[in-house]
Write a protein that binds this ligand. Structure first.
Ligand SMILES: Nc1ncnc2c1ncn2[C@@H]1O[C@H](COP(=O)(O)OP(=O)(O)O)[C@@H](O)[C@H]1O
Ligand SMILES: [Mg+2]
Length: 276
């Protein structure tokens, strides 16, 4: 409360799940980390900024994704954020967290239509300034690419989580991602790499060696925490069969809950609590 009595709402912490590689677990981890944040009692919004809409679909919202009749979807909002105040039925409410769904219109269109527009990289930020009000934290899932849409995510975000494979090629790819993050920083200021999530780790010597390399390069070398999430069919199953995270799953106890809780706790401690 301020002296005049009105409540000042703290803006949500915005976190990007980012890697230009596909199949590293961005979508899967978005759901489980969102579940972990909700489990901590936070109000969470998940944004599906990937035009293919995998996140929207696996959470059971195929209809919202392929609804071409609705006048305003995320596509229209990104092209004209001033329309955000006029839509009140776009965000879908879920038991664990809410979802701002992707729409099929975004495929092959949103990025291209945004390119060359003024303030093309600031659109998501403008949309979330309005739609995100009232949430404690927003997680943005992304397409595997470095383009105007992922730039939008970076401009809107306070922090980035990077899911990565613990294999040599993936580690090299992190250089490009770092360059993208640096280029956005130059124009839009702080966005921090919160952590690397080594994902789908297998139990063998090669994987152990890559994990060692990731931990020494990022954690010891740069002070960026690295989390080890092992390959577990339960991480797929709770989503595919129950449309929810391991934290709300029925009859599944995942041994990965602890490490994913640590990721959620990092986001909470570094971004959410500090802003309140
Ligand atoms: N830790 C994991 N254990 C087992 N399967 C996983 C794990 N993480 C992701 N997957 C599976 O790997 C595939 C790719 O993951 P996904 O989240 O779609 O990656 P991205 O969004 O980066 O393309 C999906 O089938 C997903 O269910
Ligand atoms: Mg994905």
């Amino acid at each position: 409360m301020t002296e005049t009595g009105e409540t000042i709402e703290t803006p949500p912490a915005i976190v990007a799940m980012l890697n230009q590689k596909g199949g590293v677990g961005k979508t899967t981890l978005t759901i489980h980390v969102a579940g972990g944040l909700a489990d901590r009692g936070l109000d969470v919004l998940v944004v599906d900024l990937a035009p293919e809409g995998a996140l929207t679909s696996i959470l059971g919202y195929d209809e919202a994704y392929s609804d071409l009749d609705r006048e305003v979807s995320l596509h229209e909002l990104l092209l004209d954020p001033s329309r955000t105040g006029d839509v009140d039925d776009l965000v879908l409410e879920g038991a664990e967290f809410d979802l701002l769904p992707a729409n099929e219109r975004m495929v092959d269109r949103t990025g291209g239509e945004l390119n060359g527009e003024p303030r093309a990289r600031e659109r998501l930020k403008m949309v979330l300034d309005e739609l995100g009000a009232g949430y404690d934290v927003i997680l943005v899932d992304n397409m595997p690419s470095i383009n105007v849409l992922t730039d939008n995510t970076l401009v809107a975000s306070d922090g980035v989580l990077i899911p990565a494979y613990a294999e040599a090629l993936s580690v090299q790819g992190l250089d490009r991602l770092q360059k993208q993050i640096d280029s956005v920083r130059e124009y839009f200021g702080a966005v921090r790499i919160l952590g690397i999530v080594a994902n789908r780790v297998e139990h063998n010597k090669q994987a152990d060696a890559m994990l060692d390399q990731l931990h020494s390069e990022f954690e010891d070398g740069l002070g960026i925490p690295v989390f080890d999430v092992y390959k577990r069919v339960d991480l797929q199953r709770t989503i595919a069969a129950q449309e929810r995270s391991i934290f709300a799953a029925e009859e599944i106890e995942s041994d990965m809950a602890e490490v994913i809780s640590e990721v959620a706790s990092l986001v909470d401690n570094e971004l959410v609590e500090k802003s309140q």
